[in-house]
Structure formats: C-alpha cells, structure tokens
Design a protein around this ligand. Sequence first.
Ligand SMILES: Cc1cc2nc3c(=O)[nH]c(=O)nc-3n(C[C@H](O)[C@H](O)[C@H](O)COP(=O)(O)O)c2cc1C
Ligand code: SF4
Length: 644
Amino acid sequence: MITELFTPYQIGKCTIPNRLVVPAMVMNLCTEDGRITERYIRYMEEKAKGGWGLLITEDYGVNEHAKGYRCIPGLYNDEQIPGNIELTSTIHQYDSKIFAQIYHAGRQSRHLVNGNVQPVAPSAIKDTFCLDLPKELTVDEIHQIVKDFGSTARRVKESGFDGLEIHAAHGYLICEFLSPFTNKRVDEYGGCFENRVRFLDEIYAEIRKNVGPDFPVQVRISANEYLLGGRTEADAYELVRHLDEIGVDCIHVSNGMYASPIDKQIIAPMYTKHAINMDVAEQIKKLVSCPVIVTNRINNPNMADTLLKMGKADFIGMGRGSLADPYLPKKAKEGRFENIRYCIGCLQGCEAGLLNDDCATCLVNPRVGREYEKAIEKTDSPKKDMVIGGGPAGLMAAETAALRGHNVTVYEAQESLGGAFRSAAYPLGKGELSTFVSSLRRSLIDLNVPVKLNTEVTEEMIRDEKPDTVIVATGSRPLRLNIEGIDGANVITAEEALLGKKDIGFGPIVVCGGGEVGAETAHYLTQTNQDITVVEMRDDILNDMMPLSRQCLLGYMKETGVKVITNAKVSRITETSVEYSDKEGNTVSLPAETVISAFGYKAYNPLEEAAKKYCSDVRTVGSAVKAGNALTAVREAYDAAMSI
Ligand SMILES: Cc1cc2nc3c(=O)[nH]c(=O)nc-3n(C[C@H](O)[C@H](O)[C@H](O)COP(=O)(O)O)c2cc1C
Ligand code: SF4
C-alpha cells in the first residue's frame, strides 16, 4: 500500500505536491541556439498531466559554449526568457512545480556540439568518452563563469520557474572542480577541499545575490564517482554538510561521471542494482537539515514509497521511469500498477539516442518527444483492424489503434504473448523486459481487445473476417544456415534453450553466433554448465549491442568463464562436436554435447501478400520487415496505428 508518495513536502518555501521528481534529462529537442521549442514544452506538459510533483528541466547552459549536447536550451540571454515563460505557465496549469537545472558541461563536451569551441576544465585532462582535450581555465575565466551562473539564475527566476538546481554532479564543470580526479590545480581553486569547493561556493553566492534568499536553490551531486582517485561517499558527506551550512534548500543525490565504471554509470543500465544511491542518500539525510532527493534505477512507485518509508530520502527521482510512462504517478495513485509501463533499463531509446547525436526517446514509449504531434484521440470513423502477431510491435499497434477507437483483434500463433520479448527476458539481468509485455496485455484487457492465442492466421481467415485494416507484425524467425548436421537432435535454438523447451546436460555446449542472443544465452547457461564456448564468424562479438550494455555483458561472460572464439566459420555439426574453419582456413573441431544455434534472424512475413488480396490497407511493421531492432519495431507499430 502506498502511504508516503502522495504527501506534499517543502523545498525551501516551495510546496511540492508529492514526492515524485522528474530529474533533469537532456532530450535534444530544443534549438542549437538554446531556445525552447513547442516540442519540448509539450514533452514536459505530458509529465505535468501525469501528476509528477516536481519537474526539473534538462541542463540549461549558462553561456553559449557551456553545453554538452547540440540542442539543449540555455538562459544566457534575455531573448531566451519568453520561451521559458511559456514553458512555466504551461506547467503551472497543472499541480506540478518546475525547477530549471543550470550547468556548464566543462570537459564533458565536444567542439562539435558546442559552437566549435574547445571545451574548458579546471585542468587539461581529457574525458575518456568526449576526447576533446580541454583548455585549463584561467582565474579570470572562472570569475566570468561564476557571473554567467548568476545571470542565468536571474533569468530562471524571471521566467517563472519555482526554483533552480545547480548541476554539480556527473563530471561536468562544477563536479570537475570538486574532484581531485579532474582538478589538479595548485591555485585557490585546487588542492584542499576548501579550494576545490570554492568555485561552487562562489556560484552559489552569485546565484543568491541574483535570486534573493527565498528562491529555492538546490544542488545535484555525485555521491560517489567510483574512480581511482575520484570522490567517494566520505567526500560527499563532507560536501553536503558544507552545502547545508551555506544554506542550500535541497540536495539531489546521484552518482558517477562519464568515466565511471559501466555498472556504476550516471544512467545505470539494467544490470545495475535498483536504487544504487539509497544508502548514501540515507546517510546524507541524517547529516543535513534540508530535504534530500535520491535517483538512479528506481523505476516503480511501490519501491519509491518503501524508500521514503525507510527514511532513505524525502523525494524520489525517476528519470527514465517518466520517459517510459509519463502517467506513472496518476496510475500509481489510482492503484493501477499493472498498467504502468515500466522502464526496463535497456538504454536503447534514451541514452543511445543522445550518443547518436539525436533526440532521446524510449523503447517502451514511442510517443516520447512526439507529444506535439497528433494526440491519441478517438477517431470519427472506427475501422475493423486485424493485428497479426502478439509481440511488442503487434501489441503496441493494437493498443494504439484501440485507444483511437478502432475495433481491434489480435491474433497470436503461440500459446502466449510477447514474441521475441518472451525469451529476451530470460538472460541474467533482463527480467524486467517482461513488464513491457505484461502492461500491454493488461491494457488490451482494459480496452476490451480480443486476443486470440494459438491462432495461426490463414489467407482464408483474412478473407472471411473482411478487415478494413491488417497490421502484419509477425516478427522474425531464427536463421537456419545450410550447415551439415544443423538438423541433429543435439542442435537447439537459443530461444528453446532460454525458454526451457529442452533440457541441457552438463557436457560441453557450443553456441554458434556471437550476437546479442548468442552471447546472452551463453551467459545464462553458465548458471548450470561451466563448459560453454561461443563461436563467431566475425572478428568480435556483440557488434550491434548498445556500447554500455555490451561492456557489461562482456565483463560478465569473462567472469563466468564463457570461452569465445572469433573468426570461426561453422562448417559442420556432428553428434559430439562443432567444426569450424579458422582465419587460416584450418578445420578445427570442438567437443559439443549440445549445440545452440544463434546465427541471427530473418524477417518472417508470410501474410502480407495474401492480406492484400482481401484488404486495401495492409501495413507491415517491425521485424516482419527487417529483423532485429525492438525500438524501431515498436515505433513503426505505433506510427502504423496512428495513421489508420
Ligand atoms: C536521456 C537522459 C538525459 C539525461 N540528462 C541529464 C541532465 O541533463 N542532467 C542531469 O543531471 N542528469 C541527466 N540525466 C540523468 C538523470 O537525471 C538520472 O539521474 C538518470 O537517468 C538515472 O535515473 P533513472 O534511473 O531514474 O533514470 C539524463 C538521463 C537520461 C536518461
Ligand atoms: S529506452 Fe529503455 S532505458 Fe531508456 S527510458 Fe525507455 S525503457 Fe528505460
């Protein structure tokens, strides 16, 4: 039962209506010259409609070269104020409060996104990811940036925000000054704690001068950088005690910088434990008199409420949780937990979007960043819609079409829904993938959409049903290569292995194919078998995986002793072995009691042409067009259903 989440609480003089906070998230939806767009306003408005207590904007640059991403806003000139007034007045139509986060990206930027200017830092040390050698700031330049923070804060207040957050976390400029990992100065801004915190102190004082004593000003910190020589929890305790003494109104506890280890990242992947910062936040809460927000890998309201009950923090930040489902607070308040679309920690839409210098989006919510487009509203001309395939794409198409008032029926050949997402939830650390399918299933029940399981659609069925629209979402099938022995009794697909369709013994296992499915299956099987080899034709494995998740998985495979052989083309499978030819063309034989076929996938689309004979509006989506990418599949399905 939720008891704490929907109680109001103060940050300074501002009353936040509940404890759910959307932390700052760069979406890359604004203009290159730092102006707010209609698109960004509608994106934020959706969260206000969804009932979040406090929305924190993405990180606003304090000058035109302060930004780390191309299309983030700024408040470094007065022309940028009107757009922000529109933003705050839009949000204030609802109960939510809105704070602006302000920052300077420091060395975690690139000239490519930053007006072709060399990034700056306390010391000339390259970030491992951004790779532009930063220029060491002079004292005069430091003073100018302090002033920039102050004038930006003035504009924040003039724009109607309820407060502001100083971004002193995540390895950006203020954090760089705080950390001996990035600050090697020997002047008054480097060395001892008092010197490293001076930049932040001066910024805070300048901001206060500009906004007055009553305007809420909070500070976001990384409580642990998890780096050799970086700041640790003990440093964080020292810092927050100091911040409390100088009068900040709230501490927002996060962790990491870009260079931090992969499982301790700012945006933690699915392999990271939930609520990674809860214990340090609890200690901080004991030390300070102001409220504390805790964030990272908290993705469900009951967990959030429990953390509040335990006294871990006063507010819970849910960044990706709000991308996955902007209506999470409303649903939680109404007790509709099964309907929540939970963030699954995949990073495929949000972080991967930014890494590609694109907008952030979300795998489980294709509407993110597109709220300004056509609303999901009831149509005047409901159509009879057959959705063939009950994987994520089919279910998304069905949900969207049903929300728009169409008469939808879903047909699924298997005995359960989920398609490729069923087996994809089995690998270690990926259990949360099931929540996507289960929430779609719940939604279809609520929308009275009939779901016909164990139903292989035929041409005759389409003819008899006479649908107005057919959405073909039949997904993909495993590739069956023409290799001698591939039909042997000892050969099974990765899906069969994961879904427990066949028992696997203790003898050696060879997984043919080092893509994501092959590698994850190998890692999964290490729970019961210690002799597993992945054989890959290319010169590396996991080539198409999101880089951060890839590094995690590679580490786990190494830890659990999965052997990997690359440049190996499988040529023959026998009852006891797998043969492959190596780079030099030699045939090598590996002992194998069980062989897992994970050679890849091909689109499976047996019905499109047949459907076209009886229906003038046939749309094929997702892996039925091109195998592989769930993000694209779900988006295509949504688009198809929106255009019926
Ligand atoms: C797309 C994206 C952009 C982000 N941009 C910012 C940012 O501008 N400022 C910031 O302090 N944190 C940023 N973060 C980090 C989030 O605020 C949050 O700390 C992180 O996502 C972990 O919390 P979560 O598990 O609730 O998502 C970003 C996260 C994401 C996913
Ligand atoms: S893309 Fe994945 S990690 Fe990012 S918000 Fe959506 S579900 Fe969460």
